[in-house]
Design a protein around this ligand. Structure first.
Ligand SMILES: [Zn+2]
Length: 253
């Protein structure tokens, strides 16, 4: 019998810095201690292994909280980097679809997540506040169960939540987490596309860092049309943009 590792055991037992793909967390920690040498396991041994592993995970979390952020300083991002992240996807928050306002560390900075474009996604401020230091898996499960919550009773009498038991809800949530991770990965791939990154850098690097006089919202409003045009043209290279630039300057044919 194949033993599935539950999502809530794994996040803390893998060092995120070493393996930053959230999906790997879902399968990274086999609960071998509950299995016989031939890979089989009985219910009691599996249950005991699950609880042992969960307790270990919680203890690791408490001991390690913030440890991976120690000694690391957050970097400042330039206007072009803000624009590249905030306009990814369709420019909306990945979690609630309102307009994006800030950047989310997919793997939280405090868990060792990189302070670089490859670990950043567009998010709105309210979602960023409530997501806090959670990784996307934990955050999605919490949101999903919260949305479905109408629970009464206890686990022993089936913990009816609407018409579903907590076990049934967990399986539904599990599927939704995988779908959400697919979406996250898609937008991360867009943010990390080298051609796209080069286009943002070339077009907006001269604007430097956000300041009180020229902040991110203003830059976004000002360059919105240009970014949409760039996207429609597939983020052309400098060579591809040159003829049009010359035409605008009245040089050449
Ligand atoms: Zn949001």
């Amino acid at each position: 019998m194949k033993l599935m590792t539950p999502w809530w055991v794994t996040p803390c037992s893998v060092t995120p810095g070493q393996d930053a793909n959230p999906r790997h967390w879902l399968t990274a920690t086999p609960l071998t201690s509950g299995l016989a040498s031939d890979g089989s396991g009985n219910d009691a041994s599996m249950k005991s292994a699950l609880w042992k592993s969960l307790r270990f995970g919680v203890a690791q979390c408490r001991a390690g909280e913030g440890r991976l952020a120690m000694g690391r300083r957050r970097r400042r991002f330039m206007i072009w980097e803000w624009l590249a992240v905030l306009s990814a996807g369709d420019g909306s928050c990945l979690y609630c679809f309102s307009r994006s306002q800030t950047m989310d560390h997919v793997i939280p900075f405090s868990d060792g997540g990189a302070d670089e474009l490859k670990n950043l996604l567009p998010i709105c401020r309210p979602c960023n506040r409530t997501k806090g230091k959670k990784n996307p898996v934990v955050w999605h499960v919490a949101m999903d169960l919260c949305l479905r919550w109408s629970g009464t009773g206890s686990l022993l009498d089936g913990a009816a939540l609407g018409d579903k038991s907590l076990r049934e809800l967990y399986l539904l949530t599990h599927q939704q987490v995988l779908e959400a991770l697919d979406e996250l990965e898609e937008v991360q791939a867009e943010v990390n596309d080298p051609g796209r990154t080069a286009w943002f850098r070339r077009n907006f690097e001269a604007y430097g860092y956000p300041s009180a006089r020229f902040g991110v919202p203003r830059a976004r409003a000002q360059f919105d049309k240009r970014i949409r045009e760039g996207r429609a043209k597939g983020y052309p290279t400098a060579e591809e943009e040159l003829p049009e630039l010359l035409k605008q300057l009245g040089i050449g044919s």
